[in-house]
Design a binder for this molecule. Structure first.
Ligand SMILES: *[C@@H]1O[C@H](CO)[C@@H](O)[C@H](O)[C@H]1NC(C)=O
Ligand SMILES: *[C@@H]1O[C@H](CO)[C@@H](O)[C@H](O)[C@H]1NC(C)=O
Ligand SMILES: *[C@@H]1O[C@H](CO)[C@@H](O)[C@H](O)[C@H]1NC(C)=O
Ligand SMILES: *[C@@H]1O[C@H](CO)[C@@H](O)[C@H](O)[C@H]1NC(C)=O
Length: 606
C-alpha cells in the first residue's frame, strides 16, 4: 500500500512540467494555450510587468531554455529575487507585431507555493556557462544566405524548426530566452537608437570585427553574435551618446524578445568605460594633383540637404577638411530650394549654390554644379524634398565635355565617340524601375589642360538607388528577411549596368566611374548583377580595402557598405580609394549625415 502511494505520488509529480519542457526544443512551445500547474523555479529578476523564473529541475539539453518570463503586473508584489516558488498559469506565445517572432511566456500566473527564500541566483556567463553565440548564420530557414533572393519564402512561426543553437543565431538566443545572463567585457558595435537600446558583443569569439571594434557585414556573415541591450529593469536609462567601439561595464540581465529583436534587459543602465581614440578619423590622404594624372573624386550622401539645413555648413566643412575638396563630388540627397516644403518647386540651384558658398567660406575652392531637376514628387525620399543626385566640380580643372543638359524626362544615349546625347543626362527616367526613386545622372568630363595633345575625358554615373524601406528585421519571422525594395534595385542595377556596358561596347578602354548610394551590399543580387552587366569593377576590391573595413553606414548590429565606387578596367589602374568614417565613429548627436563619405584618386590622362 505504502509503495503504491509512493508510486502514485511519483506519477503525479512527474506529470508536472518543468520550464525546459514548457519551452521545448523549438521556437514555439508544444503547450501553447494550455494551463499548467506545479511549475517550479527560482525568481532571477523582476520587471515592471512580471518576473523571470529559472527551473529548479534543469535538463542537459542546449536547445531548451531553463528559464521563462512570468507575465503579470501584480504577481511579483510579494516575491523577491531568490524566492523558490511553485506556480501555475497559461502558456502563451506572445508577439506585438505579426512580423516578429513569438516569445514563450507564462501568463495569468497563480502562486501555488513559496518554497524557500534567499536562494543564490547566478547569471550564466555567455560563452562560458553557455555555448558560444554563432557568428555567421541566423536561421536554418535562410538557406545559407540571409540576403538570398527571393525573400520571405518561409516563416519561423510556421516552420518552427528544432533549434540548432550551435549553428544559428536566432536558435542560440531563443535557447536562452528568459535566462539571466552576463555579458563580459562588452563593446558597443553601433550607436544607440532613440530609446538608448545599444547593440553589443561580449568577450566571446566574433567574426567580422573591424579596426574600430564594430562588426562589419560580409558575404554570408551578418553577425548574429551581437545582441541589443534594451531598457534597464531598474528604471534607469541607457546613455544616448555611446559610440561605435566603446568599451562598457559588464552587463547582466535577462534575455527576451521585443520590438523585433532578441535582447537583454539589463539590471541597470549600461555604462561606458572607455572610448576609442582618436575620436575622429584622419582626413583623406588622396589630394588632387591639379592635373589629369591625379584627379580626385568624393562621394557623399548628405542626408536631405536644403538651403536652410542646420547641417549644411558642417557638410561643407567635411568636404574641405576631411575630403580635401575633391575635384569632382558625387552628392546624393540634394533637396530642392525649399527642402521638404511640399509645393511645385523642384530646382535645387539655391541648395547647391548655398553649399558652394559654405564650402568657399570653409576655405574650399569655388565649385560649379550640375544636376537635373526631377519631376515634382516622382523620385521618392522625404515628401516635398525632391531629392536628387548632383555633381560639384572645380571649373578650373574640369568641364562637361560638349555640354548639353537633358531634361527630367530625357533618356540619355551613348553616341559614337563614345559621347553622350545629353551631358549631363538621366538614364531611362520614364522606366517603371525608377518609380519613386532617383534616376542616375550620367556625365562626360574633360580635364582642362592647355598643354595636353589630346583631351583627357572620362564618364561618371552618380547613383542613388531605391531605399531599403519595408525591410523586416534580421531577427524577424520572415526568412530570409524581407530586403525592402530589392526587386526595384535589381531592375535599376540592370538599367544602369546596361547603359554603362553600352559605353564600354564602343570603347573598352573608356574611363568610367560610377559612385553613390546603391542602398545595397556587393554580395546581394542587385549589385552582383550590376557588376556583371556593366563590366565595372568594385573599387574596394581593386585597391584591396579589407572586407571588414568596407563600411559607410551603421544599421542594427552591422557596420555595412551601402555606398560604392565601381570603375572600368582603365580607370582602376593606379586608383586610390578610402572611406572616411567621419559619421560612423561619432555619437548620434555629433553625426552630420547617416552615411560616411569616400574619396578616390585617378589617373585619367588620355
Ligand atoms: C500539483 O501539486 C499538488 C500538491 O502540491 C498536487 O495536489 C497536484 O496533484 C499536483 N498537480 C500536478 C499536475 O502534478
Ligand atoms: C501580498 O501579500 C499581502 C499580505 O499577505 C496580501 O494581502 C496580498 O494579496 C499579496 N499580494 C499578491 C499579489 O499576492
Ligand atoms: C511574409 O509572407 C507572409 C505570407 O507567407 C506574409 O503574411 C507576411 O506579411 C510577409 N512578411 C513581410 C515582412 O512582408
Ligand atoms: C537653375 O540654374 C540653371 C543653370 O545652371 C538654369 O538654367 C535654371 O533656369 C535655374 N533654375 C531656376 C529655377 O532658377
Amino acid at each position: 500500500m505504502a509503495s503504491l502511494l509512493k508510486l502514485l505520488s511519483f506519477a503525479l509529480t512527474a506529470s508536472a512540467l518543468t520550464i525546459g519542457e514548457i519551452n521545448g526544443n523549438k521556437f514555439l512551445s508544444a503547450y501553447n494555450g494550455q494551463t499548467v500547474s506545479n511549475v517550479s523555479g527560482i525568481v532571477t529578476a523582476k520587471g515592471p510587468d512580471g518576473l523571470w523564473l529559472r527551473s529548479t529541475a534543469p535538463d542537459r539539453d542546449d536547445k531548451t531554455s531553463e528559464s521563462i518570463y512570468v507575465f503579470g503586473r501584480t504577481f511579483g508584489a510579494n516575491l523577491t529575487v531568490g524566492d523558490e516558488i511553485v506556480v501555475g498559469g497559461r502558456v502563451q506565445e506572445f508577439r506585438s507585431n505579426k512580423d516578429y517572432l513569438y516569445l514563450t511566456e507564462l501568463s495569468s500566473p497563480t502562486l501555488q507555493e513559496k518554497v524557500s527564500t534567499g536562494n543564490k541566483v547566478k547569471p550564466l556567463v555567455i560563452g562560458k556557462d553557455t555555448l558560444d553565440p554563432p557568428t555567421e548564420q541566423y536561421s536554418s530557414l535562410d538557406g545559407g544566405d540571409v540576403f538570398a533572393v527571393p525573400n520571405n519564402v518561409s516563416l519561423v512561426s510556421v516552420a518552427n524548426p528544432v533549434l540548432n543553437p550551435k549553428k544559428y543565431g536566432l536558435d542560440f538566443w531563443e535557447s536562452l530566452t528568459g535566462e539571466l545572463v552576463t555579458v563580459r567585457k562588452p563593446t558597443a558595435v553601433a550607436k544607440p537608437n532613440n530609446f538608448g537600446d545599444t547593440w553589443v558583443i561580449g568577450d566571446w569569439k566574433v567574426t567580422g570585427k573591424n579596426g574600430r571594434g564594430g562588426l562589419t557585414m560580409t558575404d554570408r556573415d551578418a553577425n548574429p553574435e551581437a545582441i541589443i541591450i534594451g531598457t534597464p529593469l531598474d528604471g534607469t536609462a541607457n546613455p544616448k551618446n555611446t559610440k561605435l567601439g566603446d568599451s562598457l561595464e559588464e552587463i547582466s540581465g535577462v534575455v527576451t524578445y521585443a520590438f523585433g529583436f532578441y535582447r537583454i534587459l539589463p539590471s541597470t543602465a549600461i555604462k561606458v568605460v572607455k572610448s576609442r581614440t582618436p575620436a575622429l578619423p584622419d582626413a583623406t590622404k588622396f589630394v588632387s594633383a591639379g592635373k589629369c594624372d591625379g584627379v580626385t573624386m568624393g562621394a557623399y550622401n548628405v542626408e536631405n540637404l536644403a538651403p536652410a539645413s542646420a547641417h549644411l555648413p558642417k557638410i561643407a566643412e567635411h568636404i574641405v577638411t576631411y575630403l580635401k575638396s575633391p575635384d569632382l563630388l558625387f552628392l546624393q540627397e540634394i533637396q530642392d530650394d525649399n527642402g521638404p516644403t511640399n509645393d511645385a518647386v523642384v530646382s535645387a540651384n539655391l541648395t547647391l549654390t548655398t553649399l558652394i558658398s559654405a564650402i568657399a567660406s570653409a576655405g574650399g575652392p569655388a565649385y560649379a554644379y550640375a544636376d537635373i531637376d526631377p519631376v515634382d514628387d516622382q523620385d521618392g525620399g522625404q515628401p516635398g524634398g525632391n531629392i536628387r543626385v548632383a555633381y560639384l566640380y572645380k571649373p578650373s580643372l574640369l568641364r562637361l565635355y560638349k555640354p548639353n543638359a537633358g531634361g527630367s524626362l530625357d533618356a540619355n544615349e551613348v553616341l559614337p565617340g563614345p559621347t553622350l546625347k545629353f551631358n549631363p543626362g538621366r538614364i531611362d527616367p520614364s522606366n517603371a524601375a525608377w518609380t519613386a526613386s532617383r534616376k542616375p545622372l550620367v556625365a562626360q568630363w574633360e580635364v582642362i589642360d592647355a598643354k595636353a595633345k589630346k583631351a583627357a575625358t572620362f564618364f561618371t554615373v552618380n547613383v542613388h538607388f531605391g531605399s531599403k524601406g519595408g525591410s523586416s528585421s534580421l531577427h524577424g519571422d520572415a526568412r530570409p528577411p524581407v530586403n525592402g525594395g530589392v526587386d526595384d534595385r535589381l531592375a535599376q542595377a540592370q538599367l544602369t549596368g546596361s547603359f554603362i556596358a553600352s559605353i564600354l561596347a564602343q570603347d573598352k578602354k573608356a574611363k568610367i566611374a560610377s559612385a553613390g548610394d546603391y542602398n545595397e551590399f556587393t554580395f546581394v543580387e542587385p549589385l552582383e548583377q550590376f557588376v556583371k552587366i556593366s563590366g565595372l569593377k568594385d573599387l574596394d576590391k581593386e585597391v584591396g580595402i579589407k572586407d571588414v573595413e568596407r563600411y559607410t553606414y551603421l544599421f542594427d548590429m552591422n557596420a555595412q557598405q551601402l555606398d560604392h565606387l565601381f570603375v572600368s578596367k582603365e580607370m582602376a589602374k593606379k586608383a586610390k580609394y578610402e572611406h572616411i568614417h567621419i559619421n560612423t565613429w561619432v555619437d548620434a548627436a555629433t553625426m552630420i549625415s547617416d552615411h560616411d563619405p569616400s574619396v578616390a584618386r585617378f589617373d585619367v590622362c588620355a
